[in-house]
Design a protein around this ligand. Structure first.
Ligand SMILES: [Zn+2]
Length: 289
């Protein structure tokens, strides 16, 4: 069994001819041997409007394949613009309609902005993990943090009942103790220096998990192959497979994250127990699927 915790549908702008609907997503899943996919809306955030897909689109798509597609919901923390805004009515409705988590959370705000902390803690009260994308660029999308991820740590402490699922270039650059100043939103190469913020926080906080999707997750785990395998083994109870595939044309290739997990299994690079957790068990447990 293989579950992708990080999938997308929607219309990519500005070329709106590129449209991934649920049938295209199912075709990719069949091609790659993926049994279930969590679909993450984006366009509740203005920063996420590059892929037109909101929570209603996701719920509608998942209703066609309830055994294979799992909906996430998204709420912008600036909605209402109050640090004590009550999101109960939305969280309650989305949970009732089958949504299993919040994401992809990527407003261009500090990770511990009071508006974000307010939403994180309420999500935790509803048993919904928050899957976020962290970036360092001043433009574009993604929550922000300083070197060493003190703002993420502040949120982990402030909302202990909320599980955070880490993702994105800046999150994964912090797997190493030496984070390049000119490539913190890219794909740093070379050996990982022990003592990075990500392993430290994952060790210290039970509520920090991560998905290993996208170029960023793939790069973090392959730039220093021996370190990558140690990392997967140490954190086997809180890592989840994912792709983050956004393009219709991806159906013509074997996605790098899929090739990576196949390689782990075919070449017995991880124990069967650890691999099963990574492939599906952790996701089933966390999302109560
Ligand atoms: Zn994504």
């Amino acid at each position: 069994m293989l579950i992708d915790v990080h999938g997308h549908i929607g219309r990519i702008i500005p070329d709106r001819r590129e449209f991934i609907d649920f049938t295209n997503l199912i075709a990719k899943m069949d091609h790659w041997g993926i049994d279930k996919t969590c679909i993450l809306p984006l366009s509740e955030h203005p920063e996420g409007a590059y892929l037109e897909c909101n929570t209603e689109d996701v719920i509608r798509a998942c209703s066609h394949y309830p055994d294979r597609l799992i909906p996430f919901c998204l709420i912008d923390p600036r909605f209402g613009n109050e640090t004590n805004m009550d999101f109960t009515y939305l969280l309650s409705e989305y949970r009732t309609r089958g949504c299993k988590g919040i994401g992809e959370f990527l407003p261009k705000l500090d990770f511990d902005d009071p508006l974000c902390l307010n939403l994180y803690c309420q999500a935790g009260a509803f048993g919904m993990p928050v899957l976020f994308d962290m970036q360092d660029r001043p433009e574009g999308y993604g929550v922000r943090d300083d070197y060493g991820l003190p703002k993420l740590e502040h949120a982990l402490r402030t909302c202990p009942d909320t599980v955070f699922i880490g993702h994105g270039p800046t999150f994964w650059a912090e797997i190493s103790a030496d984070v390049p100043f000119d490539n913190r939103s890219g794909y740093p190469e070379g050996p990982v220096k022990p003592g990075g913020a990500v392993p430290r926080l994952m060790r210290e906080y039970s509520n920090l998990w991560a998905d290993i999707s996208a170029g960023s997750g793939y790069n973090a785990l392959t730039r220093d192959p021996a370190f990558g395998l140690e990392f997967l083994d140490e954190f086997q109870n809180k890592l989840m497979f994912g792709t983050d595939s956004c393009l219709r044309s991806d159906v013509d290739i074997v996605y790098p994250n899929v090739a990576f997990i196949r390689d782990l299994r075919e070449n017995k690079k991880l124990s069967d127990t650890a691999l099963e957790k990574l492939e599906w068990k952790n996701c089933v447990e966390l999302l109560n699927i």
